[in-house]
Write a protein that binds this ligand. Sequence first.
Ligand code: SF4
Length: 88
Amino acid sequence: MFVYKIADIKLSAIFIKRKNMIEQQIIDKANYCLNCINKPCSTKGCPMHTKIPEFISMIKENNLQEAYKILKENNLFSYICALICPQE
Ligand code: SF4
C-alpha cells in the first residue's frame, strides 16, 4: 500500500512537470506571433473561421482555458485540422 502511494506521488510529480513543460512550449510558440497589422491568420485566412489572433493572444496572456474555449467554439476537430492545414 505504501509503495503504491509513493509511486502515485512520483507519477503525479512527473505528470505535473510534463504538463508545465508543455504549457511553457505552447506559450513560447505563441510568443513567435508578431501581432501583424493585417493579420492574415484571422478568420479570413482560416477555412474553419477559427479566431486565431484571439486564440494566440489568450495564450500570450497565459489564459490557456480561454484559448482552448476559442479553439473549440467552432470546430471540435481543431487538433486534426492543425495537422492537415496547409498553412499557406
Ligand atoms: S499568427 Fe497571425 S498575427 Fe501572428 S505573426 Fe502569424 S499571421 Fe501575424
